[in-house]
Design a protein around this ligand. Structure first.
Ligand SMILES: Nc1ncnc2c1ncn2[C@@H]1O[C@H](COP(=O)(O)OP(=O)(O)OP(=O)(O)O)[C@@H](O)[C@H]1O
Length: 295
């Protein structure tokens, strides 16, 4: 059956500058229901800028962003309730305690899931009656996540949500993300430097590099596309290997290790013939792919 619903997020030719500096250059991308998108990029690549621009905290210099089909700066309070956001630096109210904060927030959220809130507060050992200014960084981060998850958003945007979480809480958090993505079909955009975590939960990847999305697509396709070729020649290797879409090349005598993008298995026999070599194709994990794309 055709799906005529608008994308949850539609980014069209988005450019964003700070002063003279272009941070995001002509980005076009979309997010559909049920997508879990890992947003990857080096420090300063523009991940926070992209996430905040998507949410309408700043206007693009060029292009536009639509949330649920509406221009992001035109969405009303009701539509805002469909969004959950965990910012890199939390915006918790310091002078009240988590119990009061959660209760206050829940009053304005028609879809608030008190059972989920109670469960997470219990398993994450949130000190409910301690003033927020006295909580540890990790406890604050957990509270921000609970605030963002429990109103059952249709779009969840997470900017480095796990940086301060211990490994147990991180695993629990990832499990919750998978649950809500599967059960509620929530669209999730998730930025983190813990790439192994992203690989566990994401089905799509956006890689931000040189101000653009140098990759956007299915995680599995990315993993099939970027591979490392281990080449062992029977004789001498040609001076120029001339392998299409080479990302990085390391040579040593009759052997070479070449990382390529846009790989297709069907290319293998021709390449072996061309180089008079045996080639082993190594699949890479997401962290290795990220490192190779930035080598
Ligand atoms: N308010 C601002 N004014 C001027 N430049 C800014 C401002 N905020 C961010 N920048 C610059 O924009 C670029 C992108 O920053 P951003 O915070 O979006 O990167 P990031 O990918 O989220 O980085 P990190 O992984 O370190 O959190 C950086 O060069 C940063 O210095």
């Amino acid at each position: 059956m055709p799906n005529n619903l608008p994308s949850i997020v539609q980014i069209s030719q988005l450019t964003r500058c700070y002063g003279q500096h272009t941070i995001l250059d002509n980005i076009t991308a979309s997010v559909q229901q049920g997508d879990v998108i890992a947003l990857l990029g080096k420090n300063g690549a523009g991940k926070t800028t992209l996430l905040e621009t998507i949410l309408g905290f700043a206007l693009p210099d060029e292009g536009e962003v639509r949330l649920f089909g509406t221009l992001h700066h035109d969405i009303d309070a009701k539509e805002k309730q469909r969004i959950g956001f965990v910012p890199q630096q939390d915006e918790l109210l310091e002078q009240i305690n988590p119990h009061e904060h959660l209760a206050m927030f829940a009053r304005f959220q028609p879809n608030w899931d008190q059972a989920l809130c109670d469960r997470l507060c219990h398993s994450w050992e949130i000190p409910l009656i301690t003033r927020i200014s006295k909580l540890s960084l990790g406890q604050r981060q957990k509270l921000s996540i609970i605030l963002a998850l429990c109103h059952k958003p249709q779009l969840l945007v997470l900017d480095e949500p796990v940086a301060s979480l211990d490994p147990i809480a991180r695993r629990q958090f990832l499990a919750e993300l998978i649950n809500i993505a599967v059960d509620q079909q929530t669209a999730i955009i998730f930025s983190s430097h813990i790439v192994t975590d992203m690989e566990r939960v994401a089905n799509k990847v956006w890689v931000l590099k040189d101000h653009r999305l140098c990759w956007q697509g299915e995680l599995d396709t990315l993993k099939e596309s970027v591979v490392r070729l281990h080449i062992t020649a029977t004789g001498a290797l040609p001076e120029q290997l001339q392998i299409a879409n080479t990302v990085r090349e390391v040579r040593h005598g009759k052997t070479a290790m070449v990382t390529v993008s846009h790989w297709q298995t069907a290319l293998l026999p021709t390449l072996e013939e061309q180089l008079q070599a045996q080639i082993r194709v190594e699949q890479l994990n997401l962290e290795d792919i990220f490192l190779e794309l930035h080598a």
